[in-house]
Write a protein that binds this ligand. Structure first.
Ligand code: NAG
Ligand code: NAG
Ligand code: NAG
Ligand code: NAG
Ligand code: NAG
Length: 360
């Protein structure tokens, strides 16, 4: 394990990589993904839950077909991996121990129906709440990754240059707070208190990731849930958005930037980028034509007992016309627009896009 190559020579070899910034180099060696079904790449295939997307027509525009991705093609995480020049990020639960030991370009711990809180989404079966996702990442850092590095210092450098994407919180509302028949959270907390609880919990988990070596974070807020086909169906709306729902999740979104800035300021050499998926989905819903969309409804035919696509039923023909693929998951086209702007644009990811984040 010990690296006998003199430290000062190694520093000289690495020097050209470090001239752009103090904290690390401009390259991203890996993408680690945490979150819910919006970025799950197949973890739920291995869990006992009805929230799965490993059947047709999911993946109809994905080369490998249905994989457990909750969309017709690429997720946001897939596009981001492509932009970073990395392979698609494999689901942690789908990898053998041998594969886990060799995977150094990132892993995906995201799980459909999962939230920040342990209980969110559990009426549908098991999932990986954020805490368990981070425990799996801890195992990755402690057990699997060290096999690929000569020294702890090299592992730390690698982690500090890697991108950590976190898209979570949607199910703490959709599959918890907004379902009083199944969850008691809305009796225990008013909307302001609940958002505070979520933000406090998320802050702790982001700190846990930092303590494990993460430095470059992209953290998404909660989408405009009131504009999803699922909420329009629940509220029996044919136009507009369920603004009461949007107001509730907005409390969380209003608190998130301050919380990320606090972390950015208190955790040395960390950089936190905020992904505004709320604003993006809201704008798409109000101005679909501006983005080339013609349809605010789902593209696949919905089974309203699960809000997912009906198995083996042919979806809409022109799949680039729909903002949403099913009742809550973005279409590949929406994921592409989001990833493109977040990677190199100025609107969805602030105060830095991911290209700028890599140079920090
Ligand atoms: C899966 O979950 C269902 C419903 O909760 C339960 O009845 C069943 O026993 C579980 N199956 C396994 C293999 O754990
Ligand atoms: C609320 O529900 C959770 C799990 O669903 C349970 O652990 C908790 O005891 C409940 N709290 C109250 C006050 O009923
Ligand atoms: C839904 O709205 C339509 C009119 O837009 C109305 O005819 C129908 O009764 C409503 N259904 C429910 C369950 O509220
Ligand atoms: C994050 O912290 C760095 C210093 O470590 C600072 O340059 C940057 O402006 C901060 N960004 C935000 C959004 O606070
Ligand atoms: C599909 O939708 C796109 C974007 O709205 C449009 O440009 C294209 O003409 C449509 N194609 C077909 C075959 O309808």
């Amino acid at each position: 394990m010990a690296n006998t190559f003199p430290l000062f020579l190694r520093s000289l070899c690495l020097f050209p990589l470090f001239f752009l910034a103090n904290c690390s180099s401009p390259l991203a060696p890996a993408l680690y993904v945490f979150g819910d079904s919006l970025v799950d790449s197949g973890n739920n295939n291995f869990l006992n839950t009805t929230v799965k997307a490993n059947y047709k027509p999911y993946g109809i525009d994905f080369a490998a077909g249905p994989t457990g991705r909750f969309t017709n093609g690429n997720t946001f995480a897939d596009f981001l991996a492509q932009y970073l020049g990395l392979p698609f990020v494999p689901p942690y639960l789908g990898l053998s121990k041998a594969e886990k030991s060799k995977t150094i370009t990132g892993m995906n711990y995201a799980s459909g129906s999962a939230g920040i809180l342990q209980e969110s989404g559990k009426t549908y079966g098991t999932n990986l709440p954020l805490k368990e996702q981070i425990e799996f990442f801890q195992k990755t850092v402690d057990h699997y990754l060290p096999k690929n590095f000569e020294t702890n210092d090299e592992l730390s450098q690698y982690l500090s240059k890697s991108i950590f994407g976190v898209e979570i919180g949607n199910n703490d509302y959709f599959a918890n707070y907004l379902q009083p028949a199944y969850y008691n959270s809305s009796y225990l907390y008013n909307p302001m208190q609940f958002s505070g609880l979520l933000l406090k919990e998320l802050k702790q988990h982001l700190q846990d990731l930092y303590n494990l070596g993460a430095r470059k974070f992209v953290v998404f807020n909660i989408m405009a849930l009131g504009c999803t086909p699922a909420e329009l169906y629940i509220k029996n709306l044919t136009s507009g958005c369920a603004e009461d729902v949007n107001q509730i999740v907005s409390l969380y979104n209003e608190g998130l930037p301050d919380m990320l800035q606090e972390l950015n300021a208190s955790l040395q050499c960390s950089t936190f980028v905020l992904g505004d998926i709320y604003g993006f989905i809201y704008d798409l819903s109000q101005n679909p034509y501006k983005y080339g969309f013609t349809d605010r409804g789902p593209c696949c035919v919905i089974d309203y007992s699960t809000y997912l696509c009906q198995e083996d039923v042919t979806p809409c023909v022109n799949r680039t016309s729909n903002i949403f693929w099913d009742t809550g998951h973005r279409s590949q086209q929406t994921n592409l627009l989001l990833a493109t702007d977040c990677f190199s644009g100025t609107t969805q990811c602030t105060p830095l896009n991911i290209l700028q984040l890599m140079q920090k």
